[in-house]
Ligand binder design. Structure first.
Ligand code: AMP
Length: 396
């Protein structure tokens, strides 16, 4: 993997694709600057070498039209605060002003170009648009993991104009290493924990990771399709009846691959999808009609804990209960505790993709696991085994 650590940026202008697609409130104030903080090490390294940095990003979905709402001028002060340095802003990512500002940029300086998606060429992967951008830099750095699954002008197409001076940023490198550890080079036993609502949305991931893992814990709403397939009574729990055959196939495939699948053995059931519902704990195979399983039960938590504590590499994607409602959060909290404890004892743990990332942030597990991915879609596509266009473009 060719990263920025393989290059000295002294007196070079680095064109760095970042993902500053940050959340903003109604007044356009940034509400979470995680994505800016995530690329600080890359920017610092280039500046410390004696280079300058031209930052390119998109924000929102302006669909090729200039708009105040999606202007990056609204985030410049946040970028300055996080980086602890002044940041110049160019109100157009192309044109005369951009030509001049990039030309006059001195070592140690940072320039942020206006939203790339104000031009249709960005999302269309337009080669001429990419080529114009490429003229601004001596080297191209991709540190936008959150957009690496898109074949856009600045995330993939542009790389062809930098045959020997294209590099992964340090965030990209960390994300790719984490995925590699889980799918290829991780210490065994390797355990994947998949939760969330639907089997259908996770099927490609399951198929791709089966050859790589030793244990697969299936929890959350998606477990009930498996329990029904095995002859259980699941009451009104979430189920995808058209995926029952597929669930049986997965169980069979796992056996052939020597992967142990762990399903919940009990559940916290409720008579309604609400924090005020009546609840009780029952065997997962004996959920009465009118009741639905919304969290894992005590015995399941213990079972999952035993598996996690015996693992050296752990991947977690998807909550194993409806943690958004406080009365159904305990199972996911118990799992978070187990993963935190295993990590403390030396296991590598990766939390990636969607709701489990929201969970670890909200419940304070971010510092207690080895790595929390910054890219939802990009992480999911990596786990599905796809090579991301943004990664391919640097590797080729
Ligand atoms: P996904 O987007 O497929 O990863 O699903 C995440 C959602 O699954 C979360 O919002 C959870 O509330 C939900 N979930 C977890 N367990 C269950 C369950 N037993 N029944 C229904 N939904 C669940």
């Amino acid at each position: 993997m060719k990263t920025i650590n393989d290059f000295n940026f002294k007196d070079k202008k680095a064109l760095v694709r970042v993902d500053f697609n940050v959340p903003q409130n109604a007044d356009l104030k940034v509400t979470d600057n995680t994505r800016i903080e995530a690329v600080k090490p890359t920017i610092d390294k280039i500046l410390n070498d004696g280079g300058s940095v031209i930052l390119m990003t998109h924000l929102g979905r302006p669909k090729g039209k200039v708009s105040e709402e999606f202007s990056l001028k609204n985030i410049v002060s946040d970028v300055e605060t996080v980086l602890g340095k002044p940041v110049q802003f160019c109100p157009d990512c192309l044109g005369e002003e951009a030509d001049n500002m990039t030309k006059n940029l001195k070592p140690g300086e940072i320039l942020l170009l206006e939203n790339l998606r104000f031009y249709e060429g960005e999302e269309n992967g337009d080669v001429a648009f990419a080529e114009k951008l490429s003229k601004y830099g001596d080297a191209y750095v991709n540190d936008a993991f959150g957009t690496a699954h898109r074949s856009h002008a600045s995330t993939a197409i542009i790389a062809q104009f930098f045959s020997s001076t294209k590099f992964f940023g340090l965030l990209m490198a960390k994300e790719l290493e984490a995925i590699d550890k889980v799918l290829k080079s991780g210490e065994k036993p390797i355990t994947a924990i998949l939760g969330g609502s639907k089997v259908s949305s996770k099927i490609t991931i399951i198929e791709n990771i089966l050859p790589a893992v030793d244990h697969l814990i299936i929890g959350g709403g998606m477990a009930f399709t498996f329990i029904k397939a095995l002859g259980g009574m699941i009451g009104n729990s979430l189920v995808e009846d058209d995926k029952i055959g597929l669930a049986l196939e997965i169980l069979e495939k796992a056996k052939n691959e020597n992967v142990t699948i762990h399903l919940p053995v009990d559940a916290i059931i409720a008579d309604g999808f609400s924090n005020n519902a009546a609840t009780k704990e029952v065997d997962i195979f004996e959920i009465p009609d009118g009741w639905m399983g919304l969290d894992s039960g005590t015995r399941s938590r213990k079972l999952f804990n035993d598996v996690v504590m015996n693992s050296r590499t752990i991947l977690w994607n998807g909550p194993i209960g409806v943690f958004e409602m406080s009365i159904f959060a305990a199972g996911t909290v118990a799992l978070g505790d187990s993963i935190a404890e295993a990590t403390k004892l030396g296991a590598f743990s990766l939390v990636g993709g969607g709701d489990s990332v929201s969970f670890v942030k909200q419940f304070g597990y971010e510092e207690k696991v080895s790595y929390v991915s910054t890219g939802g879609g990009a992480m999911l596509e990596s786990l599905e085994g796809k090579e991301l266009p943004g990664v391919q473009a640097i590797n080729n």
